[in-house]
Ligand binder design. Structure first.
Ligand code: NAG
Ligand code: NAG
Ligand code: NAG
Ligand code: NAG
Ligand code: NAG
Ligand code: NAG
Ligand code: NAG
Ligand code: NAG
Ligand code: NAG
Length: 773
């Protein structure tokens, strides 16, 4: 049935239903655990029809109401259900959970957004590792996102070998897309929209410009998948900035795009990427044979529990099948407790800067100079121009607040013409402020961070010569304007600058710990590059999203944890190529325990406020791919470990048995802190607490590791035994780490680290975060 007819039918059903019942139908997901091996998917689909019929009354009606049947690896279905029917289903012991088909958002900061509010916005090549892994050859990266622009050179397949024999995926045809768009590089492309349409009605391709096919209109999906696995493309640049060779983390890997994200619909208020579609995509991706999955989307706090979240459930089954999953942490920083995608079976990526930036110099009439950032293509003549504060040049209808923030239409052209205008950051989008200045006749803009934004500089593609300054530098600019009757400034052209120090610096927007759902699992796990990242882009999406901007680009610069997530996916692909036998937990451990907490000046990584960053910013630290290839020891975890973790939370024996058959929770329930995780969190330390960890030797056959601990004042920490001797590869050793509170309850968390070291070659570092109750 095509979607229009399907919708007509559903609408009629909905209408009749409304007449006879007060209770409205909405799309809900009925999660039934995992599929057992040896059963055909038809078996499960029939079962889903019958189960649904048992509450809605007839098999025919059940078939009409069913949206998806998940029947490969994930067992469950999505259907239009009243709350009453949903409730009846939850009483069935076969049902793990029932939850609304909710939308998640893409995790790019809308650095190019014109009208968006700031609040809602959000490589070095590893050298020898690339050689050893043959650039990640034959590893298949599954990307759940907004689709793919197959013509991009990042997906060219020149010189790439045949498609791996194990691949069972396909290229689905649709609008402006068919199987000929796939090749030996882009080996799969599918789209999933029924969950989205259940919320928003049929996709109107004319209205939205999107494609009912795997083709990417938004740009996000093309950007993220090419970041993870794009090929070398020479002479890539963005209007001349950042020119060089564009490439992904694993340039010889294969890419499979699963389009689950669609245009935002302001009316419905629903997100872009829906649980029902995400589950369908993950169930399919596992069956297709992907080697890892990258997901740059998520939801905001308050977080739904693990069995009420399509990403968490789908990722669980991927990991169960040996497929690592990396997710973005979200762009809701710098507030604490904002991190999303917190399931312990996924790797959660925060975002930080790289050592490349786009500088533009501001010189004031008093000769003071400040270095700001900009990606503006326009330059002013190399001379001084009059400078005004926007607060002083508002028009008669604008409030002082509005002119201070350069809101649209707030400036008086007679006071602005021919001048450089200093606007305060906040409220309207950064690029929008420049547009306001330009419309009023201004010739340049200095965008000043308000104190809340600290030194977070984002190089924007401004529509006029412009430079963004830190709060501190900006205050000096305002003071200078006040100090003289005829302030002037010289605005230098923006230029790409390399080897910037310090780097990395944590991104202002990167979501932070503690983990609001399970505070005894430290999140995020890791940080990677996520500021001003250049990668492939569809040739339809306007880079700034500005109505008057008509440029089409092959590469675009974006910022967000959406960008750091596929960097981590590229690293996972390389590790998969090098160590095909490592579990998802082992790969994650290797990445975490080898991460760096120092920047390129050799001092601790800082945040956007020049303060020393903590594990709540970056988890274990900044990813180091070369070291991750040889971590020495790993903290491994199996399905059983995750089930034990779930036993210790609110999940019932019955729920867990739907996933794992005969599994029985122990009588003494483990705590989340006891999961064999590469980092440690104790949210509620009273007196003394001992937790257990097990490490597996993946390094030299014979080695001796010695523990060292750095603990903050207020707690003492000890390890037993303090020395671990390994005589063969694969050998496991268990140790205990005891935390003792010796100070009064702390309002915040205290941080420290445990390090296992062998002859200075392997350094296995675990951060910990402890709060004294
Ligand atoms: C790895 O290095 C060897 C020796 O220098 C070279 O022959 C080979 O082409 C390199 N392989 C890749 C994939 O770079
Ligand atoms: C697939 O698309 C290409 C160009 O986009 C077109 O030339 C070709 O005819 C299409 N094939 C089919 C089977 O529709
Ligand atoms: C947005 O969703 C509503 C349903 O909530 C639907 O009626 C409307 O057509 C949708 N708009 C677009 C542009 O898709
Ligand atoms: C899709 O949007 C276009 C443009 O707004 C409109 O003319 C058309 O009627 C819409 N189609 C449907 C099926 O709603
Ligand atoms: C456990 O249940 C409590 C109370 O119902 C709830 O607030 C909490 O979010 C649940 N925790 C998890 C991890 O699901
Ligand atoms: C700024 O520097 C120039 C050239 O070095 C000099 O001529 C001028 O007097 C200086 N102005 C101030 C206010 O210091
Ligand atoms: C101006 O902004 C300040 C601080 O954000 C706020 O307290 C005040 O209410 C605003 N005034 C107007 C008129 O919007
Ligand atoms: C500049 O002057 C304005 C108004 O006189 C005042 O509100 C503002 O605080 C001053 N700014 C600085 C940085 O001195
Ligand atoms: C922390 O532990 C104390 C004592 O064991 C307990 O009363 C309290 O509820 C706990 N708080 C949390 C947030 O778990």
């Amino acid at each position: 049935m095509n979607s229009l007819i399907r919708w007509a039918v559903l609408s009629i059903l909905l209408v009749t239903y409304h007449i006879s019942h007060a209770d409205a139908q909405t799309a809900k997901i009925v999660y039934l655990g995992g599929c057992q091996k040896g059963y055909a998917s038809e078996y499960y689909t029939n079962y889903h029809h019958e189960l649904l019929a048992s509450v809605v009354g007839s098999l025919d009606l059940a078939k009409e109401l069913l949206i998806y049947s998940y029947a490969n690896y994930i067992n469950g279905f999505a259907a239009l259900l009243t709350d009453e029917h949903a409730y009846e289903l939850t009483k069935n012991p076969a049902v793990t959970s029932v939850f609304e088909n909710t939308g998640h958002e893409l995790h790019t900061t809308e650095s190019w957004s014109f009208l968006g509010l700031e609040d809602s916005e959000g490589d070095g090549p590893p050298g020898s590792l690339w050689n050893e892994t043959k650039l990640g050859a034959d590893v298949i990266i599954g990307s759940l996102d907004s689709g793919v622009w197959p013509e991009s050179q990042s997906y060219n397949d020149h010189g790439i070998g045949p498609i791996p024999a194990k691949w069972k995926g396909t290229c689905t045809s649709g609008t402006a897309f068919n199987a000929t768009n796939c090749n030996r590089k882009l080996i799969g492309a599918r789209f999933f929209i029924k969950g989205y349409e259940a919320k928003n009605g049929p996709l109107n391709e004319t209205l939205t410009g999107d494609f009912l096919s795997p083709r990417d209109k938004d740009g996000h999906g093309t950007h993220t998948s090419s970041t993870a696995g794009g090929r070398f493309v020479k002479h890539a640049s963005w209007f001349g900035f950042a020119s060089g060779t564009a490439k992904g983390g694993a340039p010889s890997s294969r890419i499979a795009a699963y389009k689950v994200c669609w245009p935002k619909n302001a009316t419905s208020g629903s997100g872009q990427c829906h649980d029902a579609d995400i589950l369908a995509a993950l169930d399919q991706a596992i069956a297709d044979g992907v080697d890892l999955v990258t997901i740059s989307l998520g939801s905001k706090v308050p977080l739904r529990n693990f069995f009420g979240n399509g990403i968490a459930i789908g990722a669980f089954h991927a990991v169960e099948n040996g497929i690592p999953v990396v997710c973005s942490a979200g762009n809701d920083g710098p507030a604490q407790g904002t991190v999303s995608n917190v399931a312990p079976w996924v790797l959660t990526a925060a975002a930080s800067s790289i050592d490349r930036t786009f500088l533009s110099k501001v010189t004031l009439g008093n000769n003071a100079t400040y270095i700001g950032q900009s990606l503006s293509r326009d330059k002013l003549p190399n001379k001084y121009f009059p400078l005004v504060s926007s607060a002083d040049v508002g028009n008669s209808i604008a409030s002082l607040n509005e002119s201070t923030l350069c809101t649209p239409g707030s400036l008086d052209p007679t006071k602005v013409a021919g001048k450089i205008v200093a606007c305060l950051r906040g409220g309207p989008g950064r690029v929008s402020k420049g547009h306001t200045v330009k419309l009023a006749g201004g010739i340049g803009m200095i965008l000043v961070n308000s104190p809340a934004y600290g030194n977070e500089l984002i190089a924007d593609r401004h529509v006029l010569p412009a430079s963004q300054l830190t709060a501190q530098d900006g205050a000096a600019v305002f003071a200078y304007i006040n100090s003289t009757s005829s302030p002037i400034a010289l605005l230098g052209a923006a230029a790409t600058t390399l080897n910037v120090k310090p780097a990395p610096v944590m991104a202002y927007f990167s979501s932070k710990g503690p983990n609001s759902l399970t505070p005894d699992i430290l999140k995020p796990d890791i940080t990677g590059p996520g500021l001003n990242i250049l990668a492939a882009y569809p040739e339809v999406a306007f880079p700034t999203g500005l109505a008057f901007e008509t440029s089409v680009v092959k590469f675009n610069m974006l910022s967000g944890t959406s960008m750091s997530c596929p960097h981590l996916a590229g690293v996972i692909a390389l590790l998969k190529a090098l160590h095909p036998d490592w579990s998802p937990a082992a790969i994650k451990s290797a990445i975490m325990t080898t991460a760096s907490v120092l920047d390129n000046t050799g001092t601790p990584i800082t945040d956007a406020f020049q303060k020393i960053a903590s594990p709540f910013n970056y988890g274990a630290g900044h990813v180091n791919p070369v070291k991750a290839a040889d971590p020495g020891l790993v903290y491994d975890a199996s399905l059983i470990d995750y089930l034990l973790f779930l036993c210790g939370l609110n999940y019932t024996q019955m729920q867990l048995q739907t996933i794992a058959g005969t599994f029985v929770c122990p009588t003494i329930l483990p705590t989340a802190s006891d999961l064999n995780y590469p980092s440690i969190a104790i949210s509620n330390l009273t007196a003394t607490r001992t937790i257990t960890r097990t490490v597996t030797n993946v390094g030299d056959i014979k080695s001796t590791y010695i523990a060292t601990i750095e603990s903050p004042p207020g707690i003492s920490v000890s390890v037993y035994p303090p020395l671990l001797k390994f005589s063969k590869k694969g050998q496991k050793k268990t140790f205990q780490i005891t935390f003792t509170a010796n100070s009064l309850p702390s309002s915040g968390y205290l941080f420290g680290q445990l390090v296992w070291q062998d002859d200075h070659r392997h350094v296995v570092r675990s951060p910990f975060a402890v709060r004294i109750a």
